[in-house]
Design a protein. Structure first.
Lengths: 82, 148, 148, 82
């Protein structure tokens, strides 16, 4: 019998991707953006000094937000297009 | 007739050529209700950075989100100003100093709408599109840009 | 070195071609302190007039006075904004609907100066340069334009 | 013995030139812009209904102004460039 797991897909960009050493990361048991930040800061302490926003399924969110199962969660450093 | 607009691709691999801009302008000569075009072009500067001069910027984007957001901005600007046409192009990959990385083009019956819409588009593109530029400095250092 | 700027010719016989615009843009790729270009293009509209549709506008000017005034405007705008470059071209003679009759081009390190200067230039050109457009309507009537 | 005459050169543009039937006109004994307008309205009554500015030696003037000898005086209908 398989457990139903809460899986999310992390996508990282710009200097955040560089610090993570990857563009993509599959994680489970990350129910909220606060838990996500805590996990990332623990795994990649350098991130704590960096500014980045979070998008859930391509929408920027602010504050602590629930992360739906199977969500695509993006870590977005300050934009610098144009 | 399908009236619903779909997200258009805004991304161009490498620099945006003056010829592409000329072609885009020429394409509007059949739209004889247009009285004014406003164009903004972003060009890569050879800024001085710690240890050297910028040689190029390498652009990456969260493409799906950028296209959705660009679509949302397009719709809002079309809603706000009486425009005939609006075009947005942004480079991905390497753009050398002196080359064009952003091309924003608005057209309207009267100049004021075209000019105001173009300016607002440029501001929103820079602030809201998930695009990142990494400056390549001639000492082989790399510096991530940040829009203010 | 001569620092004093002299009045440059701004007049072009007939329409301004997209290729001329492309060439003008390309000429700026060696100026690597430029970060933004703002361009305004005036295009002849097929307006409906009494008895028909506009087919073309024939432009005439008091050329000597227009060049002196354009020079005065250039100097004032260079004084007011930190611009790298500024170009003004206006057609004389016949320009058909859909063709370009005015090309204003400003470049600066940062976008805001280029955008604001371009807008102010367009307003001043329309208001202050002694140039007249006579609209040719398809019933062979002629109507003198008037800027408001 | 020749009289010293006050001569000016009139240049007309746009619809003013059309009404005058000429681009250029040489006049004498026109010492001020008020006299000039009076003369033109008398010769070309249609002008009275038309708006036009006056430039003396390529500078727009307003109100009644003296016209120097040998001046180039331009009759400028409302501008419509761009």
């Amino acid at each position: 019998m398989e457990m139903v797991t809460h899986r999310i897909k992390i996508r990282a960009f710009g200097m955040i991707a560089e610090k993570l050493g990857a563009d993509c990361l599959d994680l489970d048991s990350i129910p909220t953006t606060e838990v996500l930040r805590g996990y990332l800061y623990q795994q990649f302490p350098e991130l704590e000094k960096m500014k980045f926003g979070i998008a859930i399924n391509k929408k920027l969110v602010s504050g602590n937000q629930p992360i739906p199962n199977e969500a695509e969660v993006a870590l977005l450093p300050p934009f610098s297009g144009g | 007739m399908e009236k619903h607009r779909k997200p258009k691709n805004i991304f161009v691999e490498g620099p945006i050529s003056p010829e592409k801009i000329a072609k885009s302008i020429a394409n509007h000569s059949s739209k004889t209700d247009i009285g004014g075009h406003s164009i903004f072009l972003g060009q890569v500067r050879a800024d001085e950075k710690e240890g050297g001069t910028v040689q190029a910027i390498v652009y990456t984007a969260y493409e799906d989100m950028a296209l959705e957001k660009a679509f949302e901005i397009r719709e809002a600007i079309f809603e706000k100003y009486p425009l005939t046409c609006m075009h947005i192009y942004h480079s991905l990959g390497e753009v050398k100093t002196g080359e064009i990385c952003l091309f924003v083009f608005t057209s309207s019956k009267h100049r004021k709408a075209a000019i105001d819409a173009c300016e607002e588009l440029v501001e929103r593109i820079k602030k809201e599109l998930p695009i990142w530029g990494k400056e390549l400095v001639d000492n082989e250092k790399e510096v991530w840009k940040e829009n203010t």
